[in-house]
Write a new protein. Structure first.
Length: 313
């Protein structure tokens, strides 16, 4: 039976794998618009260090869900992302365009594809106030104990999200991971074509990561972080867990030297890429595009392979 559901293309893969380029080129060819699935590019203040695409890189292709909240706004939930992404997709389709979702935050894309319907829970203000008195380290240790899966996703400095996870556990007796797994999932509204960019040669990816960090520094990452630091945004930055920003703040506080700071950013980014790769490998429906030196040297081959997958589905 023919599937008449509207198509949405997903571009996933680890950081620095080439997702931005692929998504924009596909959008140009297919008449698409891009929905970002990046949990750091949502923040208005974080630009260079989040590899946010520039106007030139966007090449006139509309991008959605970038610069939608401030680091002062507190936690931005997966439920909020799924809601907003759905609104964007409907708007894009209504205008006769093709939604192309692109990003490395697997939690966002997974719940959007599954059409998860999240349940709202009550608050326990008294318990929340007790938790507020604890340090980030104490709170995170509590989260690890009751919900190690969420601890893999929520950054230690994201105090609001940790407190909310602990609060939900006290109210329901179930941890957040269990609740998310039990969340009502309606039938998917769309036909998804999920394309993943992967590197058989892990060193090739790591070299791209290292070069990207060097490029960010040349583009003014230090100045970007310094302004935020001087504006008193240290705590808000740490809550986001954005790689590069906290490390540079430590450098400004003379907690480590410049060379050590740069190496920490590169190492932390490589570690993040490893976690992304592990996450994306779980989805057996992903159509993989192998990124070799030959393909990277001839980007047209990458786009051709992606288009073949799109047209076959």
């Amino acid at each position: 039976m023919k599937n008449n559901k509207p198509k949405i293309i997903i571009i996933c893969g680890p950081t620095a794998s080439g997702k931005t380029y692929v998504s924009i080129e596909l959008a140009k060819i297919l008449g698409g618009e891009i929905i970002s699935a990046d949990s750091m590019q949502i923040y208005k203040e974080l630009n260079i260090g989040t590899a946010k695409p520039t106007k030139e890189e966007m090449s006139g292709i509309p991008h959605h869900l970038i610069d939608i909240v401030s680091i002062n706004d507190g936690a931005f939930s997966v439920a909020e992302y799924v809601k907003r992404a759905g609104e964007c997709a409907e708007d894009i389709l209504h205008r006769g365009k093709v939604p192309v979702m692109c990003g490395g935050t697997g939690l966002y894309t997974d719940h959007f594809m599954k059409n998860t319907q999240f349940t709202e829970y009550e608050n326990d203000i008294e318990y929340r106030n007790e938790l507020e008195k604890l340090s980030n380290e104490e709170l995170f240790a509590g989260l690890v104990k009751i919900d190690p899966q969420s601890a893999d996703i929520i950054h230690m400095n994201n105090k609001k999200r940790i407190i909310r996870a602990l609060e939900i556990f006290k109210i329901t007796g179930k941890n957040k991971s269990e609740i998310d797994a039990m969340s009502q999932r309606e039938n998917p509204k769309y036909d998804f074509i999920k394309l993943g960019l992967r590197y058989a040669d892990r060193n090739l990816l790591y070299d791209r990561i290292n070069k990207r960090v060097d490029g960010m520094l040349k583009s003014g990452l230090l100045d970007e972080v310094e302004k935020l630091y001087k504006d008193g945004e240290e705590d808000n930055i740490k809550r986001t867990g954005a790689i590069g920003y906290t490390e540079i703040i430590d450098y400004f506080k003379n907690l480590c030297g410049f060379d050590e700071t740069v190496e920490k950013i590169k190492q932390h980014t490589r570690n993040y890429a490893k976690r992304q790769i592990t996450w994306f490998k779980r989805d057996l429906n992903t159509l993989w595009v192998d990124m070799s030196e030959e393909y990277i040297a001839n980007p047209g081959k990458i786009i051709k392979k992606c288009l073949n997958y799109v047209h076959l589905n």
